[in-house]
Design a protein around this ligand. Structure first.
Ligand code: GL7
Length: 810
């Protein structure tokens, strides 16, 4: 850890308050103080950024650029202090000024520039890149409005705008020296030159400006600070003037507003492709600004493009930035005058594509007609890429029209559409999934023909999460205990957690480990009280299901077991072996009716159960509103049980599953995503695997009839009847019938009925096992000890070695 000199800290805070805020320190609000501390930390970060940049430039380092439509960095002050290694010193300095650092940390707005797993993964990867001293940079959009804030009114989700301080945040550094120019709309004018060669010209386009803000990303140890570069859209002033001079003032203003709305808001759908033109323009805007910036940086120190793939790697985080394939080709060919073939070689050598989902509704396709209007030149380039590709397929597999059809970038039949995954695969040298089982499904189910054509392109990179945020910062109690036991090497080498294993036989350690969990549960119980007004018992089992609300994630199945337990107590007078608190958190996409109804159902069930004196001593149900990174940091350390019960084959990886296990929760899960690998590593005796497997579901899908399961299981029948009745919706009779019918009448696409009895049995086993406190603590420790593999440092090393070919520059 580099030692950072903090002797001027107090004075710098005072100067900031005086000369930026115009305040004396004694008049400063908590927010002022948060800004003051952050601005001093920001100065330290900027110093290290410059030093880091010099190091990379001197070494002529190959750089990796991570393009993502979402980044979910979470609050930054605490993370920066910890990563710079000045948290304690800073806390002490503030104490001498009668300021409590924790109060200031809570002043920070959670930047919500992402929906969930995909955006949070990107943030973990940036943390690891900086920690490993690797030249890796994020590229994203500086949305004015992040993901909506969720409030609950009478059990219903309400969405409120999240206006985060994206212009005034202390972590955003405005780069007025850098600007990107993005052409959009217009048409193609074709001309033929004397040799009869066709020369397309993109004319009459309009210009969007990309303004640049950087968020510094500090690696653990304080040696390296990389950046996350975010673009916001501005209408170019020249173009305004032109319309203005034509006398149409209102149109000028309208167009300005229209262009500036490009970076206004994050699309709030997770696992569902957004079909609107504005979203396509967002994707293109991100891609065009990024490519320009990347090439500008490259050309500062290099001439020509021969070395480009040896100095630049670009990773496409899902297909949202897949237009990079066409944009890089356009810039190389149209702007820099390269021939098609060398340009294509450079493009494919530079790009890598990560697939994050198999859900058909999440796979992006765009109507050709929209591309033609928005980016006509790119459409032309995509057609040309496709023409050459199909030529190649025909050569390799003559007379196989099925293959041509399945791999073409353009889907015919009805409205012509561009398949973004096909574009990304054809334009990249590497295609990876995000967990072993998922990568197998990508190869064998999603795009088997591409796999047959290019088996060497496909690989797996199991996701990981950063232990700095998800253990060190989120769980100080556990971190302290681990460091006391094995030293602090684990923070940047998570495999060292293995050294905790022998301590399961140490009764003192066991006792202290259990005490840490209990203290975290007490803190969590307090948050639950404040946010839901439900009192919960920290000695009950904290069973947590926190993630986006989606049918495939099966919050519904969890509710079925809760209702079943309720009926057992109420009607059968069977008391469970231990009290339990079922904790839910998660947002539903605003237009997703069944997900929003599921939130209502959870509240309806909670109302009945929590207010029933016969039942509430045994089970309680709470829904904590506004799930976000900072709430996850409070929830995860307090979990006894982690719910990872998606329908097998649907969750690409999951990352919450890793965070819970690292913090000592025992997983109740299906063999889906990375839970498969968690099970292998922690050992089947240290978690609860249940339910149908991927191949079983595939085999059953055709003939599956959920009614068979209901009719043959009186418990399930009883639960489903109660869901359909008005017990949980007395004030709005009939509203939950739709959820009932989705499984009974509409085929139960996610196999809730088939997995019900295995889930109930598993949950009962959890209660029994929890009563053996000592054994539970041992298994909990083993979860922490054996999940070092799921560090994002490991994942980033694999990406760096196998795909990006980048190195550390310590
Ligand atoms: C996701 C997957 O659903 C999730 O399983 C995975 O952990 C995450 C990161 O790889 O990516 N794909 C996706 O579209 N979203 C995800 O969270 C929104």
């Amino acid at each position: 850890m580099n030692k950072i000199d903090l002797s001027g800290f107090k004075a710098a805070m005072g100067q900031y308050l005086r000369y930026v805020r115009g305040k004396k320190i004694e008049d400063a609000s908590q927010k002022d103080l948060f800004n003051a501390v952050s601005s001093v930390v920001r100065m330290l970060l900027i110093d290290i950024t410059m030093e880091t940049e010099d190091r990379y430039t001197k070494a002529d380092a190959k750089r990796m650029h991570y393009l993502s439509i979402e980044f979910l960095p979470g609050r930054l002050l605490s993370n920066n202090l910890l990563n710079l290694g000045i948290e304690k010193e800073c806390r002490d300095i503030l104490k001498t000024m009668n300021i409590d650092l924790d109060d200031l940390l809570n002043e920070e707005h959670d930047p919500a520039l992402g929906n969930g797993g995909l955006g949070r993964l990107a943030a973990c990867y940036l943390d690891s890149l900086a920690t490993l001293d690797m030249p890796g940079f994020g590229y994203g959009i500086n949305y004015d409005y992040g993901l909506f804030k969720q409030t609950i009114m009478a059990g219903e989700q309400r969405e409120n705008p999240d206006f985060w301080p994206n212009r005034s945040s202390p972590w955003l550094l405005a780069r007025s020296d850098v600007r990107c120019m993005v052409p959009v709309y217009g048409r193609i004018q074709g001309t033929e030159d004397r040799e009869g060669e066709y020369n397309p010209m993109w004319v009459d386009w309009k210009l969007i400006l990309g303004r640049v803000h950087d968020i510094p990303i500090a690696g653990f140890g304080g040696r390296t600070v990389n950046r996350l570069r975010l673009f916001s859209a501005w209408a170019s002033e020249d173009f305004d003037m032109q319309v203005f001079n034509e006398g149409d003032y209102f149109r000028a203003v309208e167009e300005k507003i229209q262009f500036e709305s490009i970076s206004k808001i994050l699309y709030p759908s997770d696992s569902m492709a957004a079909g609107r033109e504005l979203r396509l323009v967002q994707e293109y805007f991100l891609v065009a600004c990024s490519v320009q910036d990347i090439i500008r940086i490259y050309l500062k120190d290099h001439e020509g493009f021969d070395q480009f793939p040896d100095k630049v790697a670009i990773q496409l985080n899902d297909t949202h930035p897949a237009l990079t394939v066409a944009e890089l080709m356009r810039v190389l060919v149209d702007v820099h005058g390269l021939e098609w073939d060398p340009a294509w070689k450079i493009t494919t050598k530079t790009l890598g594509y990560t697939n994050h989902t198999l859900l058909p509704e999440a796979l992006e396709t765009w109507p050709v007609s929209i591309l033609k209007r928005v980016i006509p030149r790119h459409l032309q380039i995509i057609y040309e890429i496709n023409r050459r590709f199909i030529e190649l397929v025909k050569q390799r597999f003559p007379n196989n029209t099925r293959l041509v059809k399945s791999m073409s970038i353009i889907r015919e039949g009805g409205e012509q559409r561009i398949l973004m995954a096909n574009l990304a695969i054809i334009g990249s040298h590497s295609v990876n999934g995000v967990a072993r089982i998922h990568s197998e499904l990508v190869k064998n189910n999603l795009v088997p023909d591409f796999y047959r054509l290019w088996p060497e392109r496909f690989n797996n990179k199991t996701n990981g999460v950063t232990p700095r945020r998800w253990i060190l910062s989120a769980n100080p109690g556990l971190s302290g205990l681990i460091t006391e036991a094995i030293g602090d090497g684990w923070i940047s080498d998570l495999d060292q957690l293995k050294r905790l294993e022998p301590l399961v036989h140490d009764s003192v350690f066991l006792e202290r480990f259990a005490q840490v969990k209990r203290a975290n549960k007490i803190d969590l119980a307090e948050i639950i009280g404040e946010t839901t007004y439900v009192e919960v018992d920290p000695d009950s089992i904290f069973d947590i299901h926190a993630k986006r609300i989606h049918e495939y994630k099966r919050q519904f199945l969890n509710v079925l077991n809760i209702v079943h337990t309720y009926l057992k107590i109420k009607e059968d007078k069977q008391i469970p072996g231990a009290p339990r608190t079922f904790i839910f958190a998660g947002k539903a996409a605003p237009g997703y009716v069944n997900a929003k109804l599921t939130i209502r159902l959870i509240h309806g069930v909670a109302d009945v159960i929590n207010n029933d004196p016969e039942v509430s001593p045994w089970i309680r149900v709470v829904f904590i509103p506004d799930y976000r990174v900072s709430l996850a940091e409070a929830l995860i350390p307090g979990a006894d049980v982690s719910e990872q019960i998606s329908c097998a084959g649907m969750e690409a990886s999951g990352t919450g599953n890793m965070k819970f296990a690292m913090n000592g929760a025992l997983t109740v899960g299906t063999l889906d995503g990375a839970t498969v690998e968690i099970a292998e590593r922690v050992g089947l005796e240290n978690l609860y695997i249940f339910g149908l497997k991927v191949d079983e579901i595939a085999a059953m899908r055709k003939h599956y009839n959920p009614r068979d399961y209901i009719e043959n299981n009186p418990d399930l029948m009883r639960v489903m009847n109660v869901i359909r009745s008005d017990l949980f919706c007395k004030k709005d009779p009939g509203i939950f019938k739709r959820l009932h019918d989705a499984v009974v009448d509409f085929g139960d696409y996610y196999f809730n009925m088939a997995d019900f009895s295995a889930y109930v049995e598993t949950q009962n086993q959890v209660v029994t096992d929890y009563c053996n406190k000592k054994q539970w603590a041992e298994r909990s420790i083993l979860n922490t000890a054996r999940t070092g593999y799921f560090s994002s440092d490991r994942a980033i090393r694999e990406y760096a070695d196998d795909i990006w070919k980048i190195k550390p520059f310590p």
